[in-house]
Design a protein around this ligand. Structure first.
Ligand SMILES: [Zn+2]
Ligand SMILES: [Zn+2]
Length: 216
């Protein structure tokens, strides 16, 4: 396996260090047509860069099975009725903060984990088999699309005793990381970062629909 470990992080840095959207007069990064604030995104699978696109260009890359260089980021949020994940699984992931997102990188053929912090997103070396165990315990996770969707996990803290587990669009993760980057204080993020995470999860909960059980 040829791992180019720097690529995802580098692109995340680039994404999270750019000024927040929207920019007046923003244009599709593929065809240069003017686009509004509310526009879809496409992932460049090689560079991991997220591109702002018009609807037409976006639709060129929605086919999941196609072997294309770009892939459209879907607009769905999924929740799991009984996600099988416990403190032991969380400890296995060895994430130093209370939040992580995991996605499959199809180019590198592996699942990668990122967590937020003052420098943007940091990649965490996933322990061998950690993802396989999570996926084996939660077969519904197979609906998650490589490269463009992520499993977002929030660990328990004093105010939220349980885990929050959702499949979300990858661009939503990047947005959250970008917001947290400027708010992050100290080791655990501090109060403002926690408030932003609360706010984000409230919106994720609202938009999520239960995953359709596999095998039916
Ligand atoms: Zn376009
Ligand atoms: Zn955009």
């Amino acid at each position: 396996m040829t791992t180019n470990g720097r690529a995802p992080l580098a692109s995340l840095r680039r994404i999270t260090s750019t000024r927040p959207e929207p920019v007046v007069g923003e244009r599709c990064e593929m065809c240069a047509a003017p686009i509004t604030d509310e526009h879809p995104h496409v992932v460049n699978l090689e560079s991991r860069a997220l591109m702002c696109t018009c609807r037409g260009c976006y639709l060129l890359f929605t086919a999941e099975q196609a072997t294309l260089r770009y892939r459209a980021v879907p607009d769905r949020y999924l929740s799991f009725a009984d996600f099988s994940f416990g403190m032991g699984d969380w400890d296995d992931l060895q994430i130093p903060v209370g939040l992580v997102f995991l996605f499959k990188n199809s180019v590198q053929d592996r699942t990668v984990a990122f967590y937020p912090g003052p420098a943007g997103a940091t990649e965490s070396e996933l322990p061998l088999d950690a993802w396989e165990r999570i996926e084996a315990a939660n077969p519904d996770l197979r609906v998650m699309q490589a490269d463009v969707e992520a499993l977002l996990l929030r660990g328990p803290d004093r105010e939220h005793p349980g885990f929050s587990c959702h499949v979300v669009p990858i661009d939503a993760c990047y947005e959250l990381v970008g917001r947290l980057r400027s708010l992050w204080r100290g080791f655990d993020g501090g109060q403002e970062a926690r408030a932003a995470i609360d706010d984000f999860f409230a919106r994720v909960e609202k938009r999520s629909r239960p995953v359709e059980t596999t095998g039916s």
